[in-house]
Design a protein around this ligand. Sequence first.
Ligand code: AP5
Length: 211
Amino acid sequence: MKLILLGAPGAGKGTQAEIISEKYDIPTISTGNIIRAALKNGTEMGLKAKAYIDSGRLVPDDVVIGIIKERLSDTDCQNGFILDGFPRTIPQAEALDNMGVNVDAALSIEVDDREIVKRMSGRRVCEKCGASYHTEFKKPANDGVCDACGGKLVIRKDDEPDTVHDRLDIYHKQTEPLKSYYKTQDKLIIVEGQDKVSDTTELVLKALSEI
Ligand code: AP5
């Protein structure tokens, strides 16, 4: 399966991608995670992207299109993949089409802006491995410590409330139009994000089983 996950920042794309990836045995490609790793490793691309990512603005299209082109050529993508956070603009979606990538579906997880702000304020991420937690909905076994690697849990810089509002604005202006783009291609699936992760997962897996 070749799947795009759409949705506002914090709608739960990363959370669901992890579950779908395991169930269908296909890799998740998260442009956000790739850029954050580049930033951490101090690569040229990471340094270029830093100002954008910290302030919640979109990294220029040519940079992320380059990342995706390279990643999709890896052998583990041959049987399918999940794109989490790409495309985010119409030019990015057109670039994907021009690469000859024919996705099966673009699944949009819909969550109200107010709920998003609440969720983001509770998100904590591991500064070592990037695993994601929540102070209320997905607590680690030990406060402030990553279950997976023992790393320290921190607040993502772009999860500060003002930046979250800016990211939501950008989402509505630049990314939400992708719903019409994929509706025209008859590939759009809408899932209403639920309060419980497992309830959203149930709806997502049901929708995917019907493709
Ligand atoms: P990226 O990392 O992709 O951020 P995002 O889309 O803003 O997504 P998030 O990771 O914030 O949220 P999510 O939807 O994955 O939610 P999650 O599952 O974590 O991108 C970061 C930045 O990189 C961008 O701002 C941009 O600068 C750059 N970038 C990336 N891709 C780009 C592109 N294509 N073009 C240009 N620039 C790009 O859930 C959020 C929290 O809520 C978690 O704590 C989780 O535990 C909790 N939660 C999840 N589901 C539920 C639920 N059902 N109920 C309660 N809590 C829940």
